[in-house]
Design a protein around this ligand. Structure first.
Ligand code: SF4
Ligand code: SF4
Length: 70
């Protein structure tokens, strides 16, 4: 199996706006709150189709196309 190509989320930079959650056609992104900071998480990176919709949706470039490393 090739490695998942799911993007990586910079959780420190992420504002938790939820646009990537809405944009993902696979519905594999969710918002979590950690230490009072809301940020996006890719819950099932293995299901990512590498469509790039989340990257395009993010207004502050908090998602990159670098391979997700679990
Ligand atoms: S690249 Fe596409 S399928 Fe993968 S997490 Fe982003 S929006 Fe979802
Ligand atoms: S679109 Fe960007 S800033 Fe908004 S929740 Fe997703 S990663 Fe975070």
């Amino acid at each position: 199996m090739p490695e998942s190509a799911a993007p990586a989320i910079n959780i420190k930079r992420c504002s938790g706006c939820g646009r990537c959650v809405a944009a993902c056609p696979e519905r594999i992104i969710t918002l979590e709150t950690e230490n009072h900071h809301k940020h996006a998480v890719i819950t099932e990176p293995q299901r990512c189709t590498d469509c790039g919709a989340c990257i395009a949706a993010c207004p502050i470039e908090a998602i990159s196309s670098e391979p997700f490393s679990p």
